[in-house]
Design a protein around this ligand. Sequence first.
Ligand code: GUN
Length: 292
Amino acid sequence: MQLIDGKSIAATIQTEMAEEVKQFIAKGNRAPHLAAILVGNDGGSVTYVNAKVKACEKVGFHSTLIHLDENTTEEELLATVAKLNADPTIDGFICQLPIPKHINEQKIIEAIDPKKDVDGFHPSNVGRMVLNLPCYLPATPYGIVQLLDRCKIETSGKHCVVIGRSNIVGSPMSILLARNANPGNCTVTLVHSRTKDMAKFTRDADIIVVAIGKPHFLKADMVKEGVVVIDVGTTRVDAPETKNGWRLHGDVKFDEVAPKCSWITPVPGGVGPMTITGLMQNTLLAAKKAVY
Ligand code: GUN
């Protein structure tokens, strides 16, 4: 079994990017600028947004964090989005999800200018991804594809089972792995909460991407020997003995699944750091006007 060290791969890519950013600025361009909107104080979201801002500094980007109150109205959030759309000093921006329930999330996503949608969530970018046109790929699937690439894991002709059909991970992951591209060219099965006898599919899989947010969901009797497992789960579970009072649990029962794997991502230190890297890469593309 080999561990897919997302932390180290992300650090390598970010070091490469920092050099690219230096050259970009040396040519007379200003530093790429990412803005992040955070509404409310959800613990996970605050941590993720802070990590994104910190990563910006590391690669030489400028960043702006717009932290809005939990009670922000939909109109106020739409006005903030409109302001960022119109601001020529901002290359790309994200609105950290989830946002409070009284705001229509889809309306916010669709209000973002696709040219600045470095999350790749706008229907224009999703459509372009499906058609294999230049676009911003959603950061987590983009990061996973790069993990497979950097670890030289063959995907062509393999059976990949994606567990979970979220707009952010499962659905775009299934599309990316099925594309005529490298990595890609997989035979993809997308399974979800209504799938009957899920283990029938996962036991046949060469590669499994699990993204359903249920700690320890994937167990040893659901996988075959030699499988590649990518764990996207990051559920916070109470752990009073730790400094934070919680611990991150993946969607995989790691101790029993890992011995059967050829490759597996740990949690933390697997997919998480690559999600941030994917966002940074999209922002650099936006600054370079390389997509639109
Ligand atoms: N919430 C969980 N993942 C993401 C992400 O990739 N982008 C945004 N904006 N919110 C998220």
